[in-house]
Write a new protein. Structure first.
Length: 311
């Protein structure tokens, strides 16, 4: 009947993938109309489904050395992406919860990534929205994760999110814990790109070898062949200090073209913003911190799109 809203029905094909099929043009009808096998129609639909799903970028901010601006970077880039009209889901997997608290997304006894990992709630039930991004928050309860007696904990995050619809997001951003453990391995099992903030100081390269080994472990032992160290960037940089320049030279010598052009300069506004539960863009959009993180966000987008074009 003309003008009548078409009804959709769900059909399950292979590996629990649910596809919406027009009731008036189901697989058999389409196959007959196009003179093709039903399997061809199904494969085409599955291809479109996975193409949309895989167009989502999964990126993580990781450094096993603390105090380098990791959570500030993950948070600022997430909000920066939203300000550039990208749909963003941020997942806080750092028990310190600085990403969550810094945007005012924390409330006592709120649903969090910890309850999601335990299977008590769905990912959708944990999401809160702040400054144009969706967040699955974290707090100190997450520190109990390492003590949970669950098999295959390094794949638990991926399993809990396996039925989640990522197609509505352009980017999924993870803020990792500054440590080595099953939580970070869980992230490495499912992301595509790693971005590493490194403070330009005397101990800048401390832990880098272990960091590279961790990434290799994610690629090999966790069977994530898409995992790539996509970029390294300097934080808390002061070009007036010879120490910072020397540290940056050392970082550049080790990482080569992985070192990003953007340097995050020392900026008091970046330290003040979390106390106001705001991103640097909301707190002081004219600050050097906001300018630097917007430049970093644009550089990340360029690197991610370049990766697409090379495939």
């Amino acid at each position: 009947m003309e003008g009548k809203k078409k009804e959709l029905k769900s059909k399950k094909f292979r590996k629990n993938v649910m596809l919406e099929v027009d009731k008036d043009k189901d697989v058999k009808t389409l196959a007959k109309q196009r003179g093709e096998k039903e399997s061809t129609i199904i494969n085409e639909a599955l291809g479109e489904y996975f193409s949309k799903r895989m167009s989502t970028k999964f990126i993580a901010f990781l450094n096993q050395k603390g105090g380098v601006g990791k959570s500030t970077s993950a948070q600022s880039v997430s909000v920066g992406l939203a300000r550039l009209n990208k749909k963003v889901l941020a997942i806080d997997v750092d028990p310190q919860g600085n990403f969550t608290k810094g945007l005012g997304a924390y409330e006592p006894e709120m649903p969090s990534v910890y309850e999601m990992l335990k299977g008590e709630i769905s990912p959708e039930k944990a999401i809160v929205s702040k400054e144009g991004i969706d967040i699955i928050p974290a707090d100190l309860r997450l520190s109990q994760f390492e003590y949970l007696e669950l098999p295959g904990k390094e794949f638990l995050l991926k399993n809990r999110l396996s039925q989640f619809d990522f197609t509505k997001y352009d980017y999924v951003v993870f803020d990792c814990a500054p440590s080595f453990g099953k939580l970070n391995l869980g992230v490495l099992a499912m992301v595509h790109s790693i971005y590493v903030p490194i403070q330009t100081e005397y101990y800048a390269m401390e832990g880098v070898t272990q960091l590279m080994q961790t990434i290799d472990m994610g690629r090999n032992l966790l069977m994530n062949k898409d995992l790539t160290l996509k970029g390294v960037f300097a934080t808390m940089y002061d070009n007036r200090r010879n120490l910072d320049k020397a540290a940056l030279d050392k970082i550049s010598e080790f990482f080569g073209d992985k070192l990003m052009n953007t340097k995050i300069r020392r900026n008091i506004k970046l330290a003040e913003a979390p106390a106001r539960h705001e991103s640097i863009f909301a707190y002081d959009p004219a600050s050097n911190g906001a300018k630097d993180y917007m430049n970093l966000t644009k550089e990340i987008i360029a690197r991610e799109e370049k990766g697409d074009n090379e495939q």
